[in-house]
Design a binder for this molecule. Structure first.
Ligand code: WQD
Length: 317
């Protein structure tokens, strides 16, 4: 199969590119290279392109035709929650505009299969212990809104012209499947703590007075390699004519608190550091974990790696 992977030079995308190549699929990566790293590509063909650019639609359509692309996995997007609050128009332009160009090019050239990177950020602040895909989505920032709208675009294209789409709602992704594909951004808890240790600073905990077992926030940390495998399962699922669901949580179903993550980092690194407890961070739900029953049943996918595997692989990388 020939797969175009947008954002394939990024942290998560490059894991999927490698798995696709390992199973013998041929890959074209479309990436604007603002956060992408070429060394991650293992020689996959690179189309350097901003999907939101005025000529992106025609360039994509040409690529789909010339290269006989069968399916698209769409990662390329801006993904910093805080930045999305500061620059909402940019997030709409990039994430929604880019996806509109992508879907138009797919429609024009008859490329019917799409796996879309959605996010648990679509849920907002749910007050249930394990979130199922059916609860009302109430995103609380422009980033989460763009991901929810992306899911609506998938649903509309399905109705209008028969797109076969699957939306994967990622929970907290961390770890490394291979050392050279590590997350180089310092934007989420695990890399932030590693950066603090390296700088001889105390990692910080945003609030220890939540109504959770140890007072810190609980999240569902999923290993990037497990997540990458979920994309291959989703792609294969799109071949079935009867698909009861289009949207799937991708998590472990297990919650870990900030203090548990820090304890695991101490155990894996062998470094004993102090932590500073700060005020709660605005917009943090106390508890966010996935109900993973749908993806297990429909895609036969289940996370294999636990918090220890995540921290150990990230630390080694
Ligand atoms: C994890 C936990 C923090 C840093 C974000 C996006 C979400 C999704 C995943 C993409 C929280 C706490 C953090 C620190 C801390 N992204 N924390 N000290 O906010 O759960 O999810 O990434 O789709 O949309 O919002 O991830 O890694 O920022 O935080 O105590 O220095 O760690 O409060 O409880 P978050 P995170």
């Amino acid at each position: 199969m020939k797969v175009l992977v947008t954002g394939g030079a990024g942290y998560i995308g490059s894991h999927v590119v490698r798995l696709l190549q390992e199973r013998g699929d041929s890959v074209i990566v479309a990436d604007d290279m603002t956060a992408g790293i070429e060394a991650r590509l293992d020689g996959a063909e690179l189309l350097q392109l901003d999907l939101a650019a005025p000529d992106a639609k025609s360039i994509l359509a040409q690529t789909f035709t010339d290269s006989e692309v069968d399916a698209v996995i769409h990662f390329a997007a801006r993904k910093q929650v805080g930045q999305s609050v500061e620059m909402p128009e940019f997030y709409y332009e990039q994430n929604i505009g880019g996806m509109a160009n992508l879907l138009s090019a797919m429609h024009a050239t008859g490329v019917e299969k799409l796996v879309f990177s959605s996010s648990a950020a679509t849920y907002g602040m749910p007050d249930v212990p394990a979130v199922s895909e059916d609860i009302d989505c109430k995103p609380i920032n422009p980033y989460g809104e763009t991901k929810l709208i992306g899911e609506w675009m998938v649903a509309n294209a399905k109705r209008a012209w028969g797109l076969r789409g699957a939306n994967l709602r990622y929970f907290n992704v961390a770890g490394a499947g291979w050392p050279d594909l590590a997350d180089t951004a310092v934007a989420n808890l695990v890399p932030i703590v590693f950066a603090a240790i390296r700088a001889n600073k105390n990692p910080v905990v945003f609030g220890d007075d939540y109504d959770t077992p140890d007072g810190s926030c609980v999240r569902d940390y999923v290993h990037v390699l497990d997540l990458a495998e979920a994309h291959l399962s989703a792609l294969d699922y799109l071949d079935f004519d009867v698909r009861p669901h289009d949207t799937f949580n991708v998590g472990t179903g297990q919650g870990s608190s900030v203090f548990e993550v820090l304890a695991e980092i101490k155990a894996v690194s062998g470094i004993d550091f102090d932590t500073d407890v700060l005020e709660r961070r605005a917009g943090d739900p106390p508890f966010l974990a996935a109900d993973v029953s749908r993806i297990e049943k429909a895609l036969g996918w289940k996370a294999k790696k636990n918090l220890h595997d995540i921290i150990e692989s990230a630390w080694n990388a």
